[in-house]
Ligand binder design. Sequence first.
Ligand SMILES: [Zn+2]
Length: 484
Amino acid sequence: MVHMSAPVTVIRNCAWAIVRADGEATHSYRQDIDVAFSEEGFLHVGPAYGGQAETEIDGRQVMAMPGLVNIHCHSGDEPIAKGLFEDVGTAALWGNALYEYSALVDSDADAKAACQIVMLADLMRSGVTTHLDIAGVHPHWLPLAAQSGMRAWLAPGFREAAWRMEGSHRLDFTWDKVRGRERYQQALAFVDEARAHPSGRIDGVIAPSQIETCSEELLREAAAEARSRGYRITIHGAQTMAEHEELLRRSGETAPQMMERLGLLGPDLIIGHCIFLDHHSWTRQRTRDDLGRLARSGATVAHCPVTFARSGMTLQTLGGYRRAGVNVGLGTDSYPFNMLEEMREALICSRVTAGSVFDIDTGTLFDIATTGGARALGRDDIGRITVGAKADLVLVDLSVPTMQPVYDPLRNLIHCAADRAVRDVFVDGRAIVRDGKVMTLDVEGAIRQLQDAQKRACRAAEQADPQRRSLKRLAPLSLPLCSP
Ligand SMILES: [Zn+2]
């Protein structure tokens, strides 16, 4: 067999690098090393690379770090919901805006591609190289994920019940099991298509959308099907107090208890967002078993602090989950799709909720956003820089003002600079972001389409609202609009 060796890129004299070799319990810093890679993976991580290289990058003002792993985001409608509902919520449902407001907004078929491109671009520019996207199947979804050059786990959501709110005080459910089954079958076909993609960077995930919108029968069946075919499973669970109270009403269980009874829990399960467990002060439970239950099962919590913190809620606490032995990964869920800002907020929310700077440190948080997510996906060859791992990496520009002065570059990146310091992003050794610019997608074109797409979605939201409120009443502007 003739083996054509792939072109090699080497970063010479990399000022800082974040490395994690096999068997090491944490990432660690290295200084002044060469990092060489090709589409086949990292070839050399250490002093003085002596092999041939087609491309040389001067690393003297650079930190090389592994690409971030985002295990929970939604490309379908979140990008056009921006600016609408940040200041509203349903008081009777603990202030959450999800059921009465957010659920009214959906992108139409013409807007799906633009929404996806905008999300992918924001993720890439904030250092994400792997993402798990939960959305509805549409014709552009798989081709655009492939075109982006990112690593993608595509999770077509399905459910048998839709949320319904006639007034502003009670969440009800409209069940349509026939339609739910159709969507489930469509999802099963789609994940096989995703897995068969020739890029080798794409896979599917079995995604019953929410624990309270699928029958127990479908949840059991979907989990068994996923396991027989070797797919990961993802579901929303313990994400709101309304859901928590609904499960208590139906079966007397918390979400992890119900998942355990139905056989869902396991190392292949990723649960977004797992906030309202029996230890959370809002749930007023008399047990303290849920974290242990999750830890024993090996299931992963997909933690997405920003969108919840905007509504005044957060899990208690991120450090506490880790200490209990729960695997945690990070996601962005909704806009701004900025993984580095998400990391900053994860750390701040955790410390505020704990009332302690000691609840979680920056290194642990970085582990969550890289290898924590990789473990959730069953992969030990992404989320870290070491010889043999996939060449998914980010070059952080140490010379930008927000990164100066450099004592500890990871702290500067997370606590100050965020995406402003992300220069280049590589997946499988190929640059998908260069000098902060996305190389693989028409981002400007997508952004031009978003304004009209949002106007259409707003008109549809007024039509869909059972109370027939105008947009002005559903989503009041943050300041009064005065005549010129
Ligand atoms: Zn979500």
